[in-house]
Design a protein around this ligand. Structure first.
Ligand SMILES: Nc1nc2c(c(=O)[nH]1)N[C@H]1C(S)=C(S)[C@@H](COP(=O)(O)OP(=O)(O)OC[C@H]3O[C@@H](n4cnc5c(=O)[nH]c(N)nc54)[C@H](O)[C@@H]3O)O[C@H]1N2
Ligand SMILES: Nc1nc2c(c(=O)[nH]1)N[C@H]1C(S)=C(S)[C@@H](COP(=O)(O)OP(=O)(O)OC[C@H]3O[C@@H](n4cnc5c(=O)[nH]c(N)nc54)[C@H](O)[C@@H]3O)O[C@H]1N2
Ligand code: SF4
Ligand SMILES: [Mo]
Length: 892
């Protein structure tokens, strides 16, 4: 591989930042932001910056496996093809299914979709985007006639008001959020955040509307009614470019101010402030994400937002428009190629006979799926009840990320034939009959589309380990074995993209939004040199900034947009005496989904290293739980045990837990064992933000904190959570009963083998036990037990692992605390510069009173900026310095 920098794209969020990567020779890589990429202009967030530390080969799948035994590719692929062919022959094409991911590249996705819909002849191909973007897709298609995101990132910088609805942009799209904050410094942009709980995003907003869970339709219906009432609508745009305004408005009028305030549980003054601001500000961008999409009214929430932008004609012009931000690096690309069960390909509709004709003729395929296939939740139900008998899962981990995940796990376990393509071992790969090792980020070539319709190259800069192969090749090989070799004869990703681009342009002539004609038949050399561009890019067109709909031109047959009536529906989940809380779930700053990559480096586990549940102080008191206790959260579907965080950021009656933890990292941290699979009736997207649950204290008899050079043996603890530490691993443990022999228990848990020396300390009165393990005079592990959650200098202990320890220092380790001259850095706050909580508190004590002052002294907060809110809290300063136009929060 070349020792030069390779230009590629970050594999995490949908911002789609450009990355420069250079192999380091030890398997890792140097990483920096690509200054020329128009998504990030050189910036990266903590996850992107840490990419080079997550490339290790630990846990990587290296060889194909059939029935748990290693084999060669031919045997594995033959088995997949034979079992799919037999199942189809016996039970028809709808008895097989494919479950993909917004983390597949366009080329992978395109061939999988082509095989299923055009050659096997079933639309049973769905993706984790069903859990993510499906409501936005459905809302866009209802309003615009196509799944079009009209604007660009630049619009967030050119807006005077940015509304963030159900989006924790600060943590989930950090570089885009930093672009917004930087623009606000000069422009004085007002930011309104709509979220039931307080987050790093709401902390930076001028106005936080802590809406009742699920009430967004009422909020935006009230806005539409208010706009009509106060003359805030654009009658010319409505007349020229839309249909259905009057009925939608009539429906929205159910939400006068009083009704909107009642349903949203917001003060009328706060609502009026927002409504007036929206009415009087021409340049408004409304960004929406999972608080909107992951709802049993998700599609209506999207249309309620779109209605307000259509009514004001604020769409597709600089600084104006609705903006659905995508989650995964290629969530948008997956929608484009047809990865959803209800789409065909290249933004053509499965229900449209003309579109089916175009696609079938283009593919020269024997068949074409004629009706939509099963959407994710239904797809796994069909696996459960035996309608689907052969399933291929690629680049997603449904055992941890699907709602009612225990049920999904059983369905997969009982499915007669399961293929999983992944890069590493997961809770899902454990259930595979055939396990296929995929080439990972950095090892494969392809393209992705980000949230602003910008396509960028991912480029290989490392050789794949073992026999790992790119996903598209696995699909093409199986297709060939099913007898479709001619249609899947692609020899390179460029060939696939070139074919796909030709399809987008076929019989298009401006009738479809997605047109990549300029890339039709792209050569390998052109593909290598491809620079990021926004679609559409028709034949002969050079890259240009593109927007849609400023002058109408929607994609319904009459080229007009539709207002959609959105009657308010309450969420599917009802609290009851047995399940009195609403459980909300989502993301944390430094972890990506099921943690298969971001949990490989202590830089990213140092911020939050354990699954937790946020509880309002009043609820905590009523439940008798204290900070750092453990709580059991239970729904009708399953149970989780999580560390308690008591905080006023949470609404009373609501809980929040992260989606990330799996059986690999915690005993019972899989929150999707608990969540409900109630879905939106239009999009089929599950309501992952609202599940009725109970909460109670986990009655631990003992708690332990441990560090070890080894990854721990956790059998015997009723609770554990582990994470990498700087010199090894750290773990939190707890149990309902004390083990008979603590020394033996600690020894086994530390998993260091016999050749260690253990120094022990027991304070019977305080109920404390401490064990410190040394291997050849180096610090190898520690195990601290107490009746209460353990107090110890966690970060300091983790950092000392592997160090040679002088005899007189051993006592310090046994005390679990550094001496007065050394400090425990505390949990990581700034992951970019690796700065801990205690370092920031010390800087504050020495007079750093602002985020800028802390940045000047420690560098903390000066790169990606996503920790700035937290730093502000620690130094007791406002999240952002005063700026023009920022007086709204004070005014309220
Ligand atoms: N660090 C990190 N970043 C990520 C990811 C990650 O795993 N880690 N994943 C990526 C992916 S795939 C996605 S889809 C995006 C998701 O990005 P976001 O949608 O921003 O993230 P979430 O935390 O899922 O949810 C956003 C917010 O919705 C709020 N919410 C819950 N219920 C409601 C409601 O009824 N109304 C409103 N208005 N808000 C509500 C939640 O409290 C939460 O703060 O993030 C992407 N970026
Ligand atoms: N409770 C709750 N649940 C949620 C959500 C929520 O907000 N709350 N959010 C939902 C959303 S929006 C999403 S997007 C999903 C995400 O859920 P998943 O898609 O299940 O999460 P990931 O951990 O990203 O899984 C990706 C898998 O692909 C593997 N992988 C990485 N690169 C490659 C590759 O190149 N090829 C192959 N074959 N495999 C690869 C990784 O090792 C990993 O196992 O979770 C959903 N689930
Ligand atoms: S914001 Fe962070 S995670 Fe998202 S693409 Fe950019 S560097 Fe990657
Ligand atoms: Mo997502």
């Amino acid at each position: 591989m070349s020792e030069e920098w390779t230009r590629t794209t970050c594999p995490y969020c949908g911002v789609g930042c450009g990355v420069l990567a250079r192999p380091r020779g030890d398997g890792g890589a140097e990483i920096k932001g690509d200054p020329e990429h128009p998504a990030n202009f050189g910036r990266l967030c903590a996850k992107g910056s840490a990419l080079g530390e997550t490339l290790s080969r630990d846990g990587r799948l290296l060889r194909p496996m059939v029935d748990g035994a290693e084999t060669d590719w031919d045997a594995a692929l033959d088995r997949v093809a034979r079992r799919f062919a037999e199942t189809i022959a016996a039970h028809g094409p709808d008895s097989v299914a494919f479950y993909g991911s917004g983390q597949l590249l366009i080329e992978d996705y395109y061939v999988a979709n082509k095989l299923m819909k055009g050659f096997i002849g079933t639309a049973n191909i769905d993706t984790n985007s069903r859990l993510c973007m499906a409501s936005s897709v459905a809302g866009h298609r209802r309003a615009f006639g196509s799944d079009t995101v009209p604007g660009s990132y630049r619009d967030l910088e050119e807006a005077d008001l940015v509304v963030l609805a159900g989006s924790n942009l600060a943590w989930c799209h950090p570089v885009l959020f930093q672009r917004l904050l930087a623009a606000r410094e000069t422009r004085g942009t007002t930011i309104v955040a709509i979220d039931p709980r307080a987050t790093a995003t709401t902390a930076a907003a001028d106005l936080h509307l802590a809406i009742a869970p699920g009430a967004d339709v009422a909020l935006f219906s009230g806005l539409l009614a208010h706009l009509a009432e106060t003359g805030g609508v654009d009658l010319r745009f409505i007349a020229a470019h839309t249909v259905g305004f009057e009925p939608a408005l009539a429906e929205a009028r159910a939400f006068d101010l009083a009704a909107a305030a009642r349903t949203t549980e917001l003060a009328p003054e706060a609502l009026t402030a927002f409504y007036d601001l929206f009415a009087r500000t021409e340049r408004v961008v409304t960004v929406y994400s999972q608080g909107v999409n992951q709802s049993s009214a998700g599609t209506d929430k999207v249309n309620a937002i779109l209605n307000c932008h259509l009514a004001t004609g604020r769409i597709g012009r600089p600084g104006m428009g609705p903006f659905s931000v995508t989650g995964q690096p290629n969530a948008m690309g997956g929608r484009e190629v047809g990865g959803l069960a209800n789409m065909l390909a290249a933004h053509m509709d499965i229900d449209n006979p003309e579109h089916r004709g175009i696609v079938q003729a283009f593919w020269g395929s024997p068949t074409i799926a004629a009706k939509p296939g099963l959407k994710a939740v239904d797809l796994f139900r069909a696996v459960e009840d035996g309608r689907v008998k052969a399933l291929w899962i690629m680049a997603t981990n449904p055992v941890d990320s699907m709602p009612e995940a225990n049920r999904v796990r059983e369905a997969i376990r009982n499915c007669p034939f399961v293929v999983v393509s992944d890069v590493c071992a997961t809770d899902t790969t454990a259930l595979a009959d055939v396990l296929l090792p995929s080439a990972a980020w950095g090892e494969k070539d392809g393209t992705v589309t980000n949230s602003e319709r910008r396509m960028s190259r991912q480029r290989a800069f490392l050789a794949p380990p073992g026999e790992a192969l790119p996903d598209w090749r696995q699909v093409a090989e199986v297709a060939a074995r099913l007898g479709f070799g001619d249609a899947f004869a692609h020899r390179s990703p460029a060939g696939i993209l070139g074919e796909y681009a030709r399809l987008t342009a076929t019989r298009n002539g401006g009738r479809r939004d997605l047109d990549l004609g300029a890339l039709a038949g792209i050569s390998d050399a052109e593909y290598d040199a491809l620079t990021p561009f926004q679609w559409p890019r028709r034949a002969g067109e050079a890259p240009a900034e593109t927007r849609f709909f400023a002058n109408g031109g929607f994609y319904h047959a009459d080229r007009k947009a539709r207002f959609v009536s959105t009657p308010f529906r309450v969420p599917a989940a009802r609290t009851s005496v047995g399940f009195p809380f609403i459980l909300n779930t989502g993301r944390i700053r430094d972890q990506w989904h099921t943690m298969t990559r971001t949990a490989k480096t202590p830089r990213l586990t140092g911020h939050i290293g354990e699954p937790f549940v946020e509880i309002h102080p009043a609820d905590a008191e009523a439940l008798g739980v204290k900070p750092a206790d453990l709580a059991e959260i239970e729904s009708a579907h399953g149970r989780a045990i999580l560390r308690v965080v008591v905080t006023e950021r949470q609404r009373p009656g609501s809980l929040f837990a992260p989606m990330h933890w799996t059986d690999q990292f915690a005993s019972q941290g899989r929150i999707d064992a608990v969540t409900s699979s109630a879905v939106d009736p239009v999009s089929g997207q599950p309501e992952l933000k609202i599940t009725a649950v109970s909460a109670k204290r986990f009655q631990a008899a003992w708690y332990a904190f441990a560090v070890s050079r080894a990854p721990f043996e956790t059998d015997g603890a009723d609770y554990f959570a582990r994470a990498p530490a700087r010199g090894g691993w750290r773990a939190e443990l707890a149990g309902l009963e004390e083990p008979a022999d603590w020394t033996a228990f600690a020894r086994k848990a530390l998993a260091l083998g016999e050749a260690i020396e253990i120094v022990a300390y027991h304070d019977a009165a305080a109920g404390q036990r401490r064990f410190v393990a040394f291997a050849a005079a180096t610090f190898a592990g520690a195990f601290f037990v107490a009746r209460e959650p353990v107090a110890a200098a966690r970060a300091w202990l983790g950092e000392r692992l592997g160090e040679r320890i002088a005899t007189e220092e051993r006592l310090r380790l046994l005390a679990g605390r550094p001496g007065a001259d050394v400090r425990d850095r505390g949990a990581t706050v700034c992951a970019c510069f690796d700065v801990g909580r205690n370092e920031i508190l010390e800087a504050a004590a020495q007079g750093c009173a602002t985020v800028a002052a802390v940045g000047a002294r420690l560098e903390a907060g000066t790169n990606c900026g996503s920790c700035r809110g937290e730093i502000a809290r620690l130094v007791g300063a406002e999240a952002n310095a005063p700026r023009p136009g920022g007086g709204l929060r004070k005014a309220l």
